[in-house]
Design a protein around this ligand. Structure first.
Ligand code: ACO
Length: 333
């Protein structure tokens, strides 16, 4: 069976930076509280005219350039997001039109911050099955649009961004194992109450702030600490590896304390853990591909390295991937 690997990556982030100091002017918080409880120092915020598909397009174009793949070669586009431009058409279709990938099927995937890993699994299996040969996977979110900027317990955590990769067939290595899961009984721990078929968006619902993210922070925190460790251990086991074989751990960037707890569980030293939460905050589905692309840019991943990606999010969901990074010569063009 043919294997699937990542051929290229790219990111798209808005220019505007919102610092913890800026937030001090908006809600009753402090730089010290945010930094010590979350590790976040600043985040990017989309311009009013910028939607999720605009950030997704920036990332997609860079990933295609990095992979040396033309839009005409892309045969499937998956955009993981919880903040589509609108309920429909799918943001993936807007990306398809934007890059001009006329041959590509396109759909969105909703799995919260685990969305990129979910999409990566689908892309990898499609390539392995021979059904598709060049899959564009994008994680993109503009959480600033669904954040209540008067709620200090959530607004300090989130930011906007997009990360993308092109998945294609490889001779060896690539995606070694994956592990996805969900616990729908925890759905109400992290949700948007209004704006769907259960509670359509009315003036009354808006007055109560039900169009925004509602989160039981402490319960999500406990779930995250447990599941990040469990998912990473399981995906490493499925790949037939040990923790000490991992050259780089690229976790979902939600909170430095969650990342540290997972790294400790795996017995990883700090130089084996990639962190950029201080720059972007929690960018939801964009978080892992943003971190992966920056790790590559900083030369922290070399061909042959074993890389573990792991995330958790709304659903509740979780997902992990173990990869062996490919050299360009491994790509089956
Ligand atoms: N500034 C100052 N004080 C604050 C702030 C703030 N921004 N936010 C909360 N506080 C206060 C609280 O009111 C509380 O005060 P009290 O003790 O007087 O009641 C105190 O700080 C402690 O609050 P906790 O909630 O216990 O703080 P904790 O240390 O748990 O950190 C946090 C809160 C950062 C939200 C943490 O629980 C967390 O990271 N949870 C996980 C969030 C997450 O990762 N979500 C994933 C989203 S994934 C997706 O799909 C979008």
């Amino acid at each position: 069976m043919v294997k699937a690997g990542i051929w290229g990556v790219g990111i798209g982030v808005p220019d505007r930076v919102l610092t913890n100091k800026d937030l001090e002017q908006m809600v009753d918080t402090s730089d010290e509280w945010i930094t010590s409880r979350t590790g976040i120092r600043e985040r990017r915020i989309a311009d009013p005219a910028q939607a999720t598909s605009d950030l997704a397009l920036l990332a997609a174009r860079k990933a295609m350039e990095d992979a040396r793949v033309d839009a005409s070669e892309i045969d499937l586009i998956i955009v993981a997001t919880v903040t589509p431009d609108s309920m429909f058409p799918a943001t993936a279709c807007l990306v398809q039109a934007g890059i001009g990938a006329a041959q590509a099927a396109a759909f969105d995937l909703s799995a919260g911050c685990s969305g990129f890993i979910y999409a990566l699994e689908i892309a990898a299996r499609c390539v392995e099955a021979g059904a598709y040969r060049r899959v564009l996977v994008v994680g993109a979110d503009t959480l600033s649009r669904i954040t209540n900027w008067t709620d200090r317990s959530t607004c300090v955590l989130f930011g906007d961004g997009a990360g993308a990769c092109v998945v294609g067939p490889v001779k060896q290595g690539g995606v070694l194992s994956m592990y996805l899961g969900a616990d729908g009984t925890g759905g109400d721990k992290l949700h948007i109450p209004a704006g769907g078929s259960r509670l359509p968006l009315t003036a009354e619902a808006m007055q109560e702030g039900k169009q925004y993210i509602h989160m039981a922070g402490n319960e999500v925190f406990k779930f995250a600490v447990r599941i990040m460790g469990d998912a990473a251990v399981e995906v490493i086991r499925r790949a037939g590896l040990q923790s000490e074989d991992i050259e780089l751990f690229v976790p979902h960037q939600a909170n430095i304390r969650i990342i540290d707890a997972a790294a400790k569980r795996l017995g990883l030293t700090p130089e084996k853990v990639f962190v950029n939460v201080q720059k972007y905050g929690n960018t939801s589905a964009a978080s892992i591909p943003l971190a992966l692309a920056e790790a590559l840019e900083q030369d922290k991943i070399r061909p042959g390295d074993h890389v573990v990606l792991v995330g958790f999010g709304a659903g509740l969901t979780w997902g992990a991937a173990a990869l062996q990074w490919n050299a360009e010569e491994d790509q089956l063009r």
